[in-house]
Design a binder for this molecule. Structure first.
Ligand SMILES: Cc1cc2nc3c(=O)[nH]c(=O)nc-3n(C[C@H](O)[C@H](O)[C@H](O)COP(=O)(O)OP(=O)(O)OC[C@H]3O[C@@H](n4cnc5c(N)ncnc54)[C@H](O)[C@@H]3O)c2cc1C
Length: 486
């Protein structure tokens, strides 16, 4: 069996390894000179900037890939559990250290609202149920037939999946700060907590189950370890090569064409590239696909865009934790502007990453390394990032100076930023969305792009746009779905 994987994000690499372990001849083709997709690494003057994922959860899904070939993951990667998972900062400058230490959690909750301690306990118990159904049972099963979805609907309704994550959390918790904190998880996978199905409440429990980890040397070191493994086990890696066409005959896939010149034939083509962009640009689905598929595709709602500002400082900010989340005042309004009105709002919320809090190797000696991520509208907004980019950068620096890093501007020695344009043009993502399609109930499981194409024979999808969805555990699970159907 000859299989081609297009794209080397976590989902693509995991699929290449899983198919190789089953005996397929596997070629993975990546547009860029380096692997990892959203998890690429940018190195600048001694600073190591992980491009994307930084919060590593469910580490067993990474270990499994090494274990498929009876290799010890510890010989390739080093994952280290974090004590404080996130430090939340609110507009009134109060802080909350979110962690897996339940006593510590409850004593902080008590200070905010004593009645919410009980509600928190009940919420955790409920998210455990969602986790057991939504993650343990359903994350790696193929949802390519309607009856699979029908079978699951009663259980999903019992778990209140028609509610949003925010509304589920609010049914247990009264304090607004706690509500925001305990319902923010959809933002990690591209959804608005006010509209994302409460199935994604499972992330709250998933973090508790296996903890939050950091990959020493950066997340890029996991990609490096997996690349080494692929070379050892005979996965052929082709870099610097963009697939510009997927060939088919009578709806049966026959192979791909790269860089407008070389044709490679294959029995199966597995796309780690964004499904809507693949259907539109690499396959001519205008004249193809059922009415229902076209309708589904045209009604899809896309995740927000991301503005990511990477910076190194000559000052060490010891007061900044490894992961900080700052909520703006008009949180709900801000999210509504981003997801629905598709416009910018100055009252930003942000996530600040400081890997050098745990790992000094990420910055030159005496320096500190950061990235700050701000959710922004995706490119359906038509925002001109050549104009808005600098403005956004300055707004973020001002906010951070005011919130926790005084005099920041004068201490920055290295910086650059990525906007939705990077995600659209460089990573080939429709509308430059940060996480492909949104994780709404009407776009989950059977309603997402299927792992086994609903149109072409021999065409498959893994990664953020398919089941189960975005985030490293999600895309690694999508590779397990493929393992079951190919
Ligand atoms: C800034 C940021 C922070 C994040 N933080 C976290 C986090 O802390 N924890 C977490 O779990 N998740 C996080 N995520 C989400 C997570 O990173 C992604 O959901 C996941 O990495 C996506 O993996 P993927 O398999 O879908 O592939 P992608 O990473 O999207 O990779 C797809 C690859 O396909 C390639 N490609 C596309 N088209 C072609 C073509 N035609 N020919 C050849 N190659 C092609 C692209 O170049 C790319 O390399 C974050 C994401 C971002 C952007």
């Amino acid at each position: 069996m000859n299989s081609i994987v297009i794209g080397s994000g976590f989902g693509g690499i995991a699929t290449a390894l899983r198919l190789r372990a089953k005996g397929h001849q596997v070629t993975i083709i990546e547009k860029h000179p380096d692997l990892g997709g959203r998890a690429r690494v940018f190195r600048k003057n001694g600073f190591i900037f992980d491009g994307g994922p930084t919060v590593i959860t469910a580490p067993y899904l990474i270990d499994e890939l090494f274990e498929l070939f009876e290799k010890n993951p510890k010989n390739y990667i080093e994952l280290s559990p974090l004590k404080i998972w996130y430090q939340f900062i609110f507009e009134d400058k109060t802080k909350f250290n979110y962690s897996g230490d339940e006593n510590e959690m409850k004593s902080q909750i008590k200070k905010l609202n004593i009645e919410d301690v009980k509600g928190y306990e009940k919420l955790v118990t409920f998210t455990k149920k969602i986790f057991e159904k939504g993650f343990i049972e359903l994350a790696d099963i193929p949802f390519d037939k309607p009856f699979v979805m029908m079978q699951q609907l009663p259980a999903l309704l019992k778990l209140k999946s028609y509610k949003s994550v925010y509304s589920l959390v609010s049914s247990y918790i009264k304090n607004e700060k706690l509500r925001r904190m305990l319902s923010m998880h959809p933002l990690l996978v591209g959804g608005n907590p006010f509209t994302t199905t409460s199935i994604y409440g499972l992330i709250l429990y998933l973090e508790k189950k296996w903890g939050i980890h950091y990959s020493m040397g950066g997340t890029g070191n996991i990609i490096k370890g997996l690349e080494k493994l692929m070379n050892e086990v005979g996965v052929k890696i082709i870099k610097n090569s963009e697939v510009n066409k997927i060939n088919s005959e009578n709806n049966k896939i026959t192979g791909v064409e790269i860089n407008n010149e070389t044709k490679i034939s294959a029995n199966n083509v597995i796309c780690n590239a964004d499904p809507p962009a693949v259907y539109e640009k690499l396959l001519n689905t205008k004249n193809n696909g059922s009415f229902l598929f076209k309708l589904k595709k045209s009604r899809m709602e896309y995740s927000m865009g991301l503005f990511v500002y990477y910076f190194g400082t000559k000052k060490i900010y010891d007061n900044v934790e490894h992961h900080t989340i700052k909520f703006g005042n008009k949180y709900k309004e801000h999210l509504d502007d981003i997801f629905n009105k598709k416009k910018l709002n100055n009252d930003i919320s942000y996530y600040l990453h400081r890997p050098s809090a745990t790992d000094k190797s990420m910055a030159p000696e005496g320096n500190d390394c950061f990235y700050v991520l701000v959710p922004v509208p995706n490119n359906q907004s038509k925002i001109n990032w050549n104009i808005e980019g600098e403005k956004m950068k300055n707004l973020i620096i001002n906010k951070m100076e005011n919130d926790l890093m005084p005099n920041l501007r004068n201490n920055i020695v290295e910086d650059f930023y990525l906007t939705p344009d990077y995600f659209e043009k460089e990573l080939n993502t429709k509308f430059g969305s940060g996480f492909s399609i949104q994780p709404k109930f009407t776009q989950s499981a059977y309603f997402r792009f299927h792992n086994k194409s609903e149109i072409y024979d021999g065409l498959y999808f893994v990664g953020a746009g398919t089941h189960p969805g975005a985030g490293v555990p999600g895309v690694l699970s999508s590779a397990k779905v493929l393992d079951k159907i190919l």
